[in-house]
Design a protein around this ligand. Structure first.
Ligand code: MN
Length: 257
């Protein structure tokens, strides 16, 4: 499709509308993550969208409609992915920690000592968090990385295109099920990796550790309905629905942290 074709202009307009919508939804979900259990009546109401620092108390809503990422991510896949797969991780995670010292603990704390926990905790806490993270870094019509993030990407990888190429390779070559990540290492440098199953770079048992900034789910359930065995096509589509505003926000927060 030509960039200035009528179809493209319509898509651009739709994307602008979507951005307004995502902005509004983003504010609502940020507020929803403030748990009354953590912030009591007498404590200041800290407005944060941190999903690692707050214990989960309920299954959070998908921050957009199932069809919001069409045609890149189809509505049916989004529905099954969120309402079946993600919800099951959440339920199994809550059941795995119920009545144990982990109940009510923040995900960051659980991940920091996950090597001492059962596979049920590792897999389901990971599955719950990774998907929550994934939804937040998706959106339509994003402008691209902000100036600071782009400068860091250029410094670490050479260019934005080169970064995408490295990320794509990590996503394509992850054997079986897993995730590709852009993360900030403890040296405050950007790096790309992939993890198996539902592991992530916050876990003490992960071979690479850091603060996740961008994630891509490469489990077959994330793409098989639309793309079947063509994982590379799904990875290419991903770049059209990255919510760079969220990646920028996470990058800025991770630099300070
Ligand atoms: Mn998934």
């Amino acid at each position: 499709m030509n960039k200035s074709s009528p179809e493209m202009l319509i898509i651009k307009k739709q994307n602008m509308e979507r951005r307004k919508f995502f902005k509004a939804v983003g504010l609502l979900t940020a507020a929803a993550y403030v748990s009354p259990k953590v912030f009591g009546k007498d404590q200041p109401q800290v407005k944060t969208s941190s999903i690692e620092g707050i214990p989960p108390t309920e299954f959070p809503p998908l921050p957009f409609a199932y069809n919001a990422l069409e045609p890149y991510f189809d509505a049916r896949t989004m529905e099954i992915h969120y309402d079946k797969h993600h919800r099951a991780y959440y339920t199994n995670f809550m059941n795995a920690v119920k009545g144990t010292p982990l109940e009510g603990k923040a995900l960051s704390e659980i991940f920091a000592g996950v090597s001492k926990q059962t596979d049920a905790v590792r897999n389901n806490a990971g599955g719950y968090y990774n998907h929550l993270f994934f939804w937040k870094n998706l959106g339509a019509g994003s402008a691209g990385p902000g100036a600071d993030l782009l400068a860091a990407i250029t410094k670490s990888f050479g260019s934005l295109d080169k970064f995408k190429e490295i990320f794509n390779t990590a996503a394509k070559t992850r054997f079986g099920s897993g995730w590709a990540w852009l993360y900030l290492g403890s040296d405050k440098k950007l790096a790309v990796t992939s993890t198996p199953n539902q592991d992530n770079p916050l876990m003490d048992l992960s071979t690479v550790k850091g603060t996740p900034l961008l994630a891509l789910d490469v489990w077959e359930h994330a793409y098989y309905l639309k793309y079947q065995n063509r994982r590379p096509d799904y990875i290419d589509a991903f770049w059209y629905v990255v919510n760079w505003e969220e990646v920028n926000r996470r990058y800025t927060a991770a630099l300070k942290g």
